[in-house]
Design a protein around this ligand. Structure first.
Ligand code: NAD
Ligand code: 44H
Length: 463
C-alpha cells in the first residue's frame, strides 16, 4: 500500500486512533493509496522505529471494556517508519513526494511552540532557533514540514493537507499560524504561500490511551498468544470529528465512523473543556489524595462530585450547542469512562506538562466565566491543586516527580506560595493578569490555604 499519509509522532494515541481508522478502511478495501508512513522526530522515537520495523510495522490494539472484556486486533495500516534524527533528508523527500497528500500530527501541545499568553509563535526553543539558521538541516517537525512544502512548491506539486490531531483548541488554525510564522522566518514568501495555499482542517480527537506497560505486553502474549514488543491499549470509546477541507484528497473517513463537519469548534470546546479540563481536575486532587490510577480517583465520591459540578456549573456555560449531542449524557459518559477500572490510565500521565494543559483547557473557562459574571470557585480550586502539587511533596511528605517543560520555574513559584499565597499565579506567561482579579484570587486563596493546611480530601469536602 502506498503511503498517502505521513504521520509525525507515532505514539500510543495515533496507533489507537487514526491508524485504526485507516486499518478499518484497509479491511473494507477503501484505503488504496492511504497507507501511513510514521515519522519520529525526537531521540526517544528510535525505539518505536526499531520495534515497528522488526514487526513489519504491525502491532496489536487491545480495547478494554468496562465489563472486563478485552478485544484485540492487529493493525496493518502503518507501512513504513522514518526516524528523522538519523535521516532528515529521507523524511523531507517522503513528505515532498507526489503520493503524499496528508501530513498528520500528534506532537503534543508543546510541539506547536505557542506563547501561552499572547497566542503568537514562540521561537525561543533552541531546536527551533537551530532550524532557522540559514542552510541548517531541519530537526523539528515544523522544520521538516516547511522544507517539504518549499520543495513541493518549487516542483509544482499540490501541497499536502496538514492535519493536526492534538488536543488544542482550533488545532488546525493554530498549526497554520505557527507553521506560517516559522516558515516566514525561513523565507517570507514561503510563509505567505503556506498561509494561502495549504489546508489545515481543525479536528477533535478522542480516545483515552494510556502508556503501554510491561504488564500490557505480557497480557497480550498470555491472553491472545501474540508476542508484540509494543502493543497499544485503549478504552473502547472512539470519536474523531474533522473539518472537511482536504484539497489534495482524503480517505473516505466517514466509512470508518469519522464525523466530517463544516465547523468542528462546538465539538472541540465540549471535549477540551469537559474531558481534558476535568482530567486536570482529577489528577492533582487525585495525586494529593494518594491515588495512582485514574479510575481510583474517579471513583472517589468527592472527586467525582468536583468533576461533575465543574462541568455543570463552570464549563457548560462556556460551550456552544453541539449538533446531535446531549451534553448531560456526554458528561455522564465521561465520568463512566474515567471510572473504567480496566483501562488503568495513570494519574501521573495526566499530571505531565501541566503548563501546556491548564492554560489551554481550563483558563479559557475561567476567563469566559469572569467576563460573563459566572462562577469560578471550582476552576480556581483546580488551579490551586496544581499549585499545591507543584511544590513537589505530597501530603505524606513523599516526593512528587513533577514532569513539565517548565518544571524548575513552576516548582520555584510553588515554593514561594507558603509566604506569598498568590506567588504561583504571578507566572504571567501562564496566567496573564489573573493574579490581579480579586474574584478569582479570593476563591484561589481559600482553596490553596485549605490544601496546604488541611489537605485535598478536606478541601474537596468543603468545596
Ligand atoms: N493519549 C491519549 O489519550 C490522547 C487522546 C487524544 C489526543 N491525544 C493527543 O496525542 C498526543 C500524544 O499522545 P500519546 O498518548 O500518543 O503520547 P506518546 O507519549 O505515546 O507519544 C507522543 C509522540 O509525540 C512525539 N512528540 C512529542 N513532542 C514532540 C515535538 N515537540 N515534536 C515532535 N514530536 C513530538 C513523541 O516523540 C512521540 O512520538 C497528546 O499530547 C494529545 O495531544 C492523546
Ligand atoms: O494527551 P494530552 O497531553 O493532550 O492530555 C492528557 C489527557 O487529558 C488526554 O490524553 C486524554 O486522555 C485524551 O484527550 C482523551 O481523548
Amino acid at each position: 500500500m502506498n503511503a498517502g499519509i505521513v504521520h509525525v509522532g507515532v505514539g500510543g494515541f495515533h496507533r489507537a486512533h487514526q491508524a485504526m481508522v485507516l486499518d478499518d478502511l484497509r479491511v473494507l478495501g477503501l484505503a488504496e493509496g492511504w497507507g501511513i508512513c510514521g515519522v519520529g522526530v525526537l531521540p526517544g522515537d528510535r525505539r518505536m522505529r526499531d520495534v515497528l520495523r522488526a514487526q513489519d510495522f504491525g502491532y496489536t490494539l487491545v480495547l478494554k471494556h468496562p465489563d472486563g472484556r478485552q478485544t484485540a486486533r492487529g493493525i496493518a495500516s502503518i507501512v513504513d517508519y522514518l526516524f528523522a534524527p538519523d535521516d532528515p533528508e529521507a523524511v523531507i523527500e517522503k513528505m515532498a513526494s507526489s503520493e503524499v497528500r496528508i501530513v498528520s500530527l500528534t506532537i503534543t501541545e508543546g510541539g506547536y511552540h505557542v506563547d501561552r499568553v499572547t497566542g503568537e509563535f514562540d521561537a525561543s526553543d533552541p531546536r527551533i532557533a537551530a532550524d532557522l539558521v540559514p542552510g541548517a538541516v531541519p530537526q523539528t517537525a515544523f522544520g521538516l514540514i516547511a522544507e517539504a512544502l518549499r520543495r513541493r512548491r518549487e516542483r509544482g506539486l499540490i501541497p499536502f493537507t496538514v492535519l493536526s490531531c492534538d488536543n488544542i483548541q482550533g488545532n488546525g488554525d493554530v498549526c497554520q499560524r505557527m507553521l506560517t510564522a516559522f516558515a516566514s522566518r525561513m523565507d517570507p514568501e514561503l510563509g505567505t504561500w503556506i498561509a494561502g495555499s495549504v489546508a489545515f482542517p481543525n479536528s477533535m480527537v478522542d480516545r483515552i490511551t494510556p502508556a503501554t506497560t510491561d504488564d500490557d505486553r505480557a497480557a497480550v502474549t498470555a491472553r491472545f498468544g501474540v508476542d508484540d514488543a509494543w502493543p497499544v491499549v485503549a478504552e473502547p470509546f472512539f470519536q474523531w470529528v474533522i473539518e472537511d477541507h482536504f484539497p489534495a484528497g482524503r480517505p473516505p473517513f466517514e466509512a470508518a465512523g469519522v464525523q466530517l463537519v463544516a465547523d468542528v469548534e462546538p465539538f472541540e470546546l465540549m471535549k477540551l473543556r469537559l474531558l481534558n479540563a476535568s482530567h486536570q481536575g482529577l489528577c492533582y486532587f487525585g495525586r494529593l489524595s494518594g491515588y495512582h490510577y485514574v479510575h481510583e480517583a474517579a471513583q472517589d465520591p468527592l472527586i467525582a462530585r468536583l468533576l461533575r459540578r465543574y462541568m455543570d456549573e463552570e464549563a457548560t456555560p462556556t460551550l456552544h450547542p453541539v449538533p446531535g449531542v446531549d451534553l448531560d449524557r456526554y458528561k455522564d459518559t465521561l465520568l463512566e469512562r474515567f471510572a473504567n477500572p480496566h483501562v488503568r490510565d495513570t494519574v501521573a500521565r495526566l499530571c505531565v506538562d501541566s503548563s501546556d494543559r491548564i492554560p489551554g483547557w481550563l483558563l479559557p473557562v475561567v476567563r469566559h466565566q469572569l467576563a460573563t459574571g459566572g462562577q469560578v470557585r471550582l476552576s480556581a480550586a483546580i488551579v490551586a491543586s496544581w499549585a499545591r502539587y507543584a511544590e513537589g511533596v505530597d501530603e505524606r511528605g513523599e516526593p512528587i516527580e513533577v514532569v513539565d517543560g517548565r518544571r524548575d520555574t513552576v516548582m520555584a513559584y510553588a515554593t514561594r506560595q507558603r509566604t506569598d499565597p498568590l506567588a504561583f499565579l504571578r507566572q504571567s506567561d501562564l496566567f496573564g493578569d489573573l493574579a490581579e482579579d480579586t474574584r478569582f484570587t479570593a476563591e484561589y486563596r481559600w482553596a490553596l490555604e485549605s490544601l496546604m493546611q488541611r489537605g485535598a480530601q478536606a478541601t474537596l469536602a468543603d468545596l
